[in-house]
Each structure stands twice: as C-alpha cells, then as structure tokens.
Ligand binder design. Structure first.
Ligand code: SF4
Ligand code: SF4
Length: 448
C-alpha cells in the first residue's frame, strides 16, 4: 500500500509540474512576442518595488476592507507553503509528518515547539481564510459589488473567480479533515499506519477530534488520507489551473512590480521619431537622424505592444479598481481599463496559439484594435492616469490605450473630425489654436 501511494504521488507530482512548466513556457513565449523594450537597469530599485508593492501589498491598502480580507488569504497562502513542503517530503518518502519526527528524534524541543506553532497558525489562518472566502463569494454573487460585476466580467471571468474560491474552500476542508483524522487516531491510542504527531498541534482540530474517537480506526484513517490526498490533489489542480486564470497574478505580480517604470506616471513615452519631427518643426537647423527599417506608429495588434504591456496583461487580477476610478467609465462611456487588459491577454493568447499551430506568418485577419477593443473605447480615455494609480500591481492600461490611439491616428488616419483642426493647427501654428505663431504675444499689447 505504501509503495502504491509513493508511486502515485511521484507520478502525480511529476505530471503536474511537467504540465505546469509547459503552460508557463507558452505564456513566456507569448509575452516575448511583444516588442523589445528596456524598462530599467536598476535591480536594487526593482527589488524595492517588488518588496513594497507585491510582498508588502502596499497599494492594496487604498481600499482598507478589501486589503484586510485579501491579506488574510495572502498570509495564509504564504504560511501554508511551509506545510506543503512537508507534504512533499512525506509523499516522496512515504512518511507521516516527517519533519516533526525528525525534530523529535533529535530531541530538538525548540523546533518541535516551532512546528506546533506553525500547525496551529495554519489552522487559525485556514479558518479565517474559510470565512474570508465565503465573504468574497458573498460580495461577488449576493451583494454584487459593482466593480466586480461590470459587463466584461460576464461569462468565463466570473466563473474563474468563483471557481478559485471554491478550490480554496475544498482545500481548507481537506486540511481540517487531515488534521482531525490524525488527532482522532492519536487519541484512540495509535495510528497503525503512520507515527502520530504528539502533543501540542491541532489547536482547532483537537477540539473536534474527541467527538470522532468512537469511529472505527479504518474510517479515521480514510478521513485522514482523504484530507491528505485531497489537499495535495487540490494543490496540483490549482497549479495547472493558474496559467488559465486571472490568479496567475500570485506569481506574475512579482516580476511585474520588479519591472515597474521609473519614469513619473504622468509621463507619456514619446516615440523618438515623433520627437524628431517636432524638433524639426521648431528648429529649422535640426536634422533628424536616419532611422533603419520600417517605422510603425503605435500598436494595431497585441504583438505590436511591448513585452511589458503583455506581462501587464497576464498579471492583471481583474480586481476592477482601475475601472472603478476611471472617469470615462464613471460617466457611462464604453471604456473600461480592466477590459483593455483582459482583451490584450485574450488576443496575445490567440496570436500565440496561431503561431504555434501555423508558423510565424500566421494571420487571422483580426487585430486587437477593431476586433477586441473599439475606437469608441480608446477615444474615451482622458489620459488622466487614475487607472495606473489605482492598480495594486503597477499595471498601466493607459500605455496600451495610447499605443492603440497612436496607431488609429497616425497609421490609419482615423481621428475624429473635431480633432483634425487641432492637428492642423499644431502642424501649422505649433499650437492648438487657429492663430499664427507670430500673433502669440498679441495679448501683451492689450495690457498696455
Ligand atoms: S487614463 Fe484613461 S483609462 Fe485610465 S482612468 Fe483615465 S480615462 Fe480611464
Ligand atoms: S489593471 Fe490593475 S487595477 Fe485594473 S483590474 Fe487589472 S489588476 Fe486590477
């Protein structure tokens, strides 16, 4: 039986990690379909951003209640990784609570106490997480918090969010089933199959276990094994579900915050070619440097965007904080910055799949601008930056909007009629108004 369990565990974990890395490679390749761009060359600054924003959850605290609920799940997730390590050791070596018994056999009392403490902490955090997960389901599906129920969340995104919460509930039930079964077996006077964990763990399970001691030992072993296997199977399912889900942010939030931009948020990144055009308009002696290759203004499709924009799209948590703050969305316009990120991710996945199946020249005559994001949406943006400021993982929907708008106006020459006068004035008068540059200081004469 032991041999069967060890073999099954090794096969399951091998298959699970193999499939996960395969999916991770696809995501990496998709991100690398983006335009090359250097974000910064300051690793110390990048690490600082990662520690403060991703680890420290700094930006989450702009909404205190949501941040506190999220913090419980986050801390619980981090702490339970300790237990997961032991589960792996147990699985590979066919042991039960191997780490504890290692400390016990060496009479390392301090570490034994630490072990009890961590088991108890995991139990308390698991119970809190259970309550928080119910609260999350409640506010998504019963209260229907407006930012979580915008039109772009219909269909798969809503199912995805709910599914992951149900995974979490199942995982916690398994943890308690494992601990309760374990403790009840100890109280019954011995776990025949596995050496028992003695003494101080199981702060919460320990209060339920005495109620089950009248059950047959075989049933308690099934309860404990159901919890152990259920726990690890949920971890494998979760691992392979992540790449398809918005929950990928639990991994990508870290590189994404590392690659935060150092430039001030309000700074729009200009194209050097356009800067040169403007300089030559203002200064007749300026000679624009030669540019090699074809110049493309802005982005029409997802692979015209930079790799950082695509990493942003994969890191999006779909929390809707950006959309909630967006003045265009608040005033009933079609634009939702969250939808910009979701559409970018969907489109780059489609392009990546097409390239893998049909080769690098794949074309489906579709594009991000037009088929996924409409002209009406991007023209509604005021470039106010509220979405960038609100995002807990330093994503910029605005960069994508600006790139798409550049393409719409400079490549497709499809700007709204009202804007064309302003462009003509800028070109002729170097100002948005219909006055010549020489008349620019006439107002001074009126002041005598
Ligand atoms: S920058 Fe554009 S998309 Fe972002 S909040 Fe402002 S109007 Fe909305
Ligand atoms: S872009 Fe940022 S704020 Fe907007 S939904 Fe994604 S993670 Fe949330």
């Amino acid at each position: 039986m032991q041999f069967v369990q060890i073999t099954l565990f090794i096969l399951l974990s091998g298959a699970s990690f193999f499939l996960f890395f395969k999916q991770a490679k696809v995501i990496y390749d998709n991100i690398m379909l983006g335009r090359k761009e250097k974000i910064h060359d300051d690793p110390a600054w990048g690490l600082q951003q990662m520690l403060i924003i991703a680890f420290g959850q700094k930006k989450m605290f702009k909404i205190t209640s949501a941040a506190l609920l999220h913090l419980v799940i986050y801390v619980s997730f981090v702490i339970t990784q300790i237990e997961l390590l032991e589960v792996f050791i147990d699985g590979v070596f066919g042991q039960h609570r191997a780490v504890y018994h290692f400390f016990e056999s060496h009479r390392w009392l301090f570490f034994q106490q630490l072990y009890y403490l961590s088991i108890n902490m995991i139990e308390i955090l698991s119970l809190l997480t259970f309550a928080v997960t119910i609260a999350f389901l409640w506010r998504r599906n019963i209260i229907r918090l407006p930012r979580l129920n915008k039109p772009e969340m219909d269909g798969w995104p809503r199912k995805d969010a709910n599914l992951i919460l149900l995974f979490e509930l199942t995982l916690i039930i398994c943890i308690f089933s494992m601990n309760i079964g374990d403790r009840a077996l100890q109280l019954k006077g011995g776990n025949l199959h596995y050496p028992a964990l003695n003494g101080g763990g199981f702060l919460l399970s320990g209060s339920i276990a005495p109620l089950l001691t009248s059950l047959p030992e075989g049933l308690l072993i099934i309860l404990e094994r159901f919890g152990w296997w259920g726990h690890i199977i949920m971890v494998f399912v979760f691992l392979n579900y992540l790449p398809k889900s918005k929950h990928l942010h639990i991994m990508l939030a870290f590189p994404n915050t590392y690659f935060s931009r150092k430039e001030p948020k309000g700074e729009i990144i200009n194209m050097p070619q356009i800067m040169n055009e403007v300089k030559s308009m203002f200064d007749d002696s300026f000679v624009a440097p030669e540019v090699e290759g074809e110049i493309k203004f802005g982005a029409k499709d997802a692979n015209d965007l930079s790799w950082k924009n695509l990493l942003d799209a994969y890191s999006c948590t779909e929390c809707g904080r950006c959309t909630e703050q967006c003045p265009a969305n608040q005033t009933g316009k079609l634009l939702s910055p969250r939808k910009i990120m979701m559409a970018t991710r969907d489109r780059i996945e489609e392009i990546g799949l097409g390239i893998r199946e049909h080769g690098p020249d794949f074309s489906d005559n579709k594009s991000l601008l037009g088929d996924y994001i409409t002209k009406e949406e991007i023209l509604a943006c005021t470039t106010c930056n509220a979405c960038v400021e609100a995002c807990p993982v330093t994503i910029s929907p605005l960069e994508i909007i600006v790139e798409l708008r550049r393409n719409l106006i400079m490549e497709a020459a499809d700007s709204p009629a009202e804007w064309n006068n302003m462009f003509t004035n800028l070109e002729n008068n170097q100002a948005p108004w219909q006055f010549s540059r020489e008349d620019g200081l006439n107002w001074v004469d009126d002041m005598n």
